[in-house]
Ligand binder design. Structure first.
Ligand code: GDP
Length: 196
């Protein structure tokens, strides 16, 4: 695959986001889930997205442009324990407003840690996306951190939890930014949608 990804701009207000004139792919998940690492690993640029030493710091909507074809959007992580209630509400308001105002949204990549049980905040967010009919997929992250059979079991449990609320689930990918697992499958999926 031959493409160029470049940083485009960061926004603090949804109204400032670029015109919805090309497909857009958003990456979101709990703070520390491995979102920046995954974006960097997918697009092969070491420091494209900032891998944070201070989780939960960025509250901006960061846009990257792939050729002139589509946008990749890095949204602020949620659920950071040290965030105040006010910060949480502001995150909630900004991200939900963002999702409801991007008619060009091709897919939301929802990152979930493959090593731990489904967190209430993940479930709430996934349910919100589903209720608003937003297209999304699940990306299980950090698959290298536990034994393969533990990862497999945990992912099964997460899916069973989600199936309590939904009849069926969207596509799922298992990834490791350290080992590169899942990278090609995610990119194929993304580029296919971009070409539709
Ligand atoms: P973000 O807050 O979601 O953007 O997460 P980061 O990408 O900053 O990663 C959070 C922490 O998890 C960092 O210490 C990363 O080195 C680590 N991490 C991210 N992805 C992986 C992975 O695939 N495997 C392992 N073992 N650690 C990872």
């Amino acid at each position: 695959m031959n493409y160029q990804i470049n940083y485009h701009a960061s926004y603090h207000k949804v109204e400032q986001c670029p015109e919805a004139d090309r497909p857009e792919f958003a990456f979101i998940g709990r703070s520390n889930v491995g979102k920046s690492s995954l974006i960097n690993s997918l697009f092969g640029r070491k420091e494209l997205a900032y891998v944070s030493k201070q989780p939960g710091k960025t509250q901006s909507i960061n846009y990257y442009k792939v050729d002139e074809r589509f946008y990749v959007v890095d949204l602020p992580g949620f659920g950071y324990a040290k965030h105040s209630k006010k910060q949480r509400l502001s995150w909630d308001k900004m991200t939900k407003r963002y999702f409801l105002n991007r008619p060009n949204m091709a897919c939301v990549f929802v990152l979930i840690d493959a090593n731990i049980p489904l967190q209430a905040i993940d479930r709430a967010f996934i349910n919100w996306l589903g209720e608003h009919h937003l297209p999304y997929v699940l990306i299980f992250t950090k698959s290298d951190k536990s034994k393969p059979r533990e990862i497999k079991k945990n992912i099964e449990n997460i899916k069973n939890e989600l199936l309590k609320d939904w009849e069926y689930l969207p596509p799922q990918f298992v990834t490791s930014s350290v080992k590169g697992e899942g990278k090609d499958l995610v990119l194929d999926y993304l580029f296919n949608l971009a070409d539709e």
